[in-house]
Design a protein around this ligand. Structure first.
Ligand code: GLN
Length: 464
């Protein structure tokens, strides 16, 4: 663009035609065609007048349908919010726009970000662009497929227990979950507030680093955001150095892990050692407690967060005339989907008197132990290497009837959210069934820069 060989308008035109071609994947729930073109024309005019270009000038971005973009529908892929328009911009969106990004549309996801396949969406499932009989993962399935199929340059998702890393793994792209509190969640529809974080999908580390740099940092509207300075991630990626990696044999010996994924990660560990890095096994006894603790705590938080959808203040309200209590019941019963209802019930149960200590308190104790254990690991190592998901992308319908199997498949991703550290899935591998899978890397709190540097170095393996 600086050289005048291409315009924002042409770029937006290109992505709109890509979106048109890939409609059947069902990744987009809304496309902001006219508006994106108008914004492109405005950016082109500003550039022609010599006005400074923002860091994301003309970068075409799609956003998960849980992030507020002023004046646009945001529904969390739920009938209870159908037709609801955002009345302000999420901080992340405001910061992208300030740097010249173009928001091209809303992206499909599991209802209220609850799920691992995108099959729990009021808009229907999303197809994996590499194999249309398979799911793209979830809950940010549309965000993953939009980038995977070349329908936008970058996309935003949210990651409460893996919803950015897992679909990135299934789709063969990069998915970053920054540490808890790195990016403001003002304007992100809440699922489980002590876990939620906005994440980024991209095809290369430079783009992901730049988007993080633009969105991260303190925000008066979200007191959970870290006040730690935000490095210029995108400028500091190129610092090759030897690392001290830990890996957890318990994760690799898990019976649910696909043997090819195990072999690929063990091979990578050998290669990394051969290149002069330290890679050491670390005992980890808590693997079996991770998924139960996650589902107790997140459903508890969800049951509280989702109580605001009462048919009065937002979205859907029942048409039948009822007394107040029945009005709430009817509105909620009609508006929420099956998975969301199940989680509200489960969360209400684990918080109820008599069960609180047995479930909620116990899960909090597990969380504390995990946090302490992880802190001890990071006092000796720069990063932890582990699989992102135990298997490559599931077939559509394969897991939906077996919720336990679906939840267990979150085993490697929920860990980072329980302890609040940054984690990424890097698309290094391919399974003999043709599907991609990733390596997951976790670093200590506030160590996104080292996470991105390590990823950048590893990505060079596939770019060569
Ligand atoms: N699959 C997990 C769940 O269903 C993660 C979801 C997420 O990160 N939003 O809760």
């Amino acid at each position: 663009m600086k050289e005048g060989t291409i315009s924002c308008e042409a770029v937006v035109g290109f992505y709109l035609s890509q979106i048109e071609k890939s409609r059947h994947f069902n990744a987009f729930t809304a496309v902001f065609k006219e508006e994106a073109l108008q914004r492109a024309v405005m950016l082109d005019a500003q550039r022609a007048q010599g006005k400074p270009m923002g860091k994301l000038h003309g970068v075409v971005i799609g956003i998960k349908d849980v992030i507020c973009y002023l004046g646009h529908e945001v529904s969390a892929a739920s009938n209870i919010l159908r037709g609801y328009e955002a009345i302000y911009n999420a901080t992340a969106i405001a910061r992208l726009l300030e740097e010249g990004a173009i928001i091209i549309g809303n992206l499909n996801c599991d209802e209220f970000a609850m799920g691992s396949t995108n099959e729990n969406s009021a808009y229907g499932p999303v197809l994996n662009a590499l194999d249309e009989t398979r799911v793209p993962g979830g809950s940010s399935g549309g965000s993953a497929v939009a980038v995977q199929s070349g329908a936008c340059m970058l996309s935003l998702g949210s990651d409460t227990g893996g919803s950015v890393r897992q679909p990135a793994d299934f789709c063969g792209i990069i998915g970053l979950k920054p540490g808890y509190g790195r990016i403001s969640r003002y304007g992100l529809i809440a699922y489980a507030s002590s876990f939620d974080q906005i994440g980024i999908f991209g095809t290369n580390t430079e783009d992901v680093a730049l988007a993080l740099e633009v969105m991260a940092g303190p925000d008066d509207f979200d007191s959970t955001v870290s006040s730690q300075p935000v490095p210029a991630y995108s400028k500091e990626l190129d610092q090759p150095s030897k690392q001290k990696f830990a890996y957890l044999p318990a994760t690799l010996d898990h019976p649910g892990l696909d043997p090819e994924i195990r072999t690929a990660i063990l091979q990578l560990i050998d290669d990394l050692k051969g290149e002069g890095n330290t890679v050491e096994p670390v005992d980890f006894e808590y693997l079996d407690y991770i998924v139960p603790a996650y589902y107790v705590l997140t459903t508890a938080e969800a049951s509280s967060n989702l109580s605001r959808y009462d048919g009065v203040r937002f979205g859907h309200r029942t048409k039948t005339e009822e007394d107040l209590l029945n009005f709430y019941k009817k509105s909620r019963s009609e508006g929420f989907g099956k998975e969301v209802k199940k989680r509200i019930l489960l969360g209400t149960f684990v918080l109820s008197a008599g069960y609180y200590d047995a479930y909620f308190t116990k899960a909090q104790q597990v969380r504390r132990i995990l946090a302490d254990t992880t802190k001890a690991i990071f006092s000796q190592y720069d990063a932890i290497l582990l699989p992102t998901v135990p298997t490559p992308a599931f077939k559509i319908g394969e897991k939906i009837a077996d919720p336990i199997a679906m939840y267990i498949a979150d085993i490697y991703t929920v860990y980072a959210n329980l302890v609040g550290v940054p984690a990424i899935s890097v698309p290094l591998f391919r399974h003999s069934n043709g599907m991609p899978f990733g390596l997951q890397i976790m670093t200590n709190q506030n160590e996104e820069l080292s996470l991105l540097r390590i990823s950048h170095q590893l990505m060079e393996r596939i770019n060569q």
